[in-house]
Design a protein around this ligand. Structure first.
Ligand SMILES: [Zn+2]
Length: 268
């Protein structure tokens, strides 16, 4: 990978989001970004890219070389953990840092002709100098939907969720499908029910590794709950006044559950 020329110097005033895989370099309290990297034992800044601004200062992703020891007082913190300890603006940049790293790491060579790619200076993309193939970071749209029936909400536990944690239904949008079609298909496939009053609410980038969640609410219309055992371990209708453990604040699932809860309980 060939770097753009406007890469900052290590003593520039920059918010550094330092990544290695899906982890960020933080202090022991999980605080990011890192402001001063002058004392770090880096021979060169392996690769960097601008990912935005934070508090009036440019924010850059910096990939930490695998063979260099982490300085005292700092540690690697998984991106997922930062969701719980960071404000949303900082977490968004941390997520973008990991996504950009993932993108650059998986696009070092042209997918069409195999030549080494060049990082673009004007936009976040890589270009093949041999065949002009241009690649942008991949974003995978997903839908997530909070379904209610009277004053109950449908919650289920996916095979990757820890014991006792229930969430709302979600799934990837397929090629050629609209978001609304994906909502109806996923709900029918995973829960065996038909829904109505499907309403788009808000979205959230979900950098694990490159999803964009589009959040909906919907009302049960017909059908009996039959869960798809290949996706869901358990699930049911839960009274909105007596919910089990659900995803933490900061997640779009928590926001959608709170939206349904407020609206349904207000109306009753
Ligand atoms: Zn090429």
């Amino acid at each position: 990978m060939i770097q753009p020329a406007d890469t900052p110097q290590r003593d520039d005033a920059v918010n550094w989001f330092i990544v290695q895989g899906n982890q960020l370099l933080t202090d022991h309290d999980g605080k990011i970004p890192i402001a001063d990297i002058t004392r770090f034992p880096l021979a060169e800044l392996e690769y960097t890219a601008k990912i935005g601004e934070l508090e009036g200062m440019p924010a850059y992703v910096l990939v930490w070389p695998k063979d260099v020891t982490v300085p005292d007082g700092l540690q690697w913190t998984p991106l997922r953990q930062l969701l719980l300890v960071s404000d949303s603006e900082t977490f968004a940049l941390a997520g973008k840092a990991c996504q950009v790293h993932h993108f650059l790491q998986t696009h070092q060579y042209c997918g069409r002709c195999g030549s080494e790619t060049v990082q673009m200076e004007t936009e976040l993309a890589v270009l093949c100098p041999q065949c002009d193939f241009l690649c942008y970071p991949r974003i995978s749209p997903c839908i997530i939907v909070a379904i209610y029936k009277g004053s109950d909400i449908l919650l289920a536990r996916g095979s990757r969720h820890p014991e006792g944690l229930f969430s709302i239904l979600a799934g990837f949008v397929e090629s050629g499908e609209s978001l609304e079609q994906a909502v109806h298909r996923e709900v029918l496939e995973e829960a065996g029910i038909q829904i109505k009053d499907v309403r788009y609410r808000f979205s959230q980038p979900w950098p694990f590794p490159h999803s964009l969640m589009a959040g909906f609410t919907a009302q049960w219309h017909s059908g009996t709950l039959v869960l798809d055992p290949s996706e869901l371990i358990e699930g049911n209708w839960f009274a909105l006044t007596d919910l089990p453990k659900t995803p933490p604040e900061g997640t779009i699932a928590a926001r959608l559950i709170a939206t349904v809860k407020a609206e349904v309980l207000d109306a009753s």
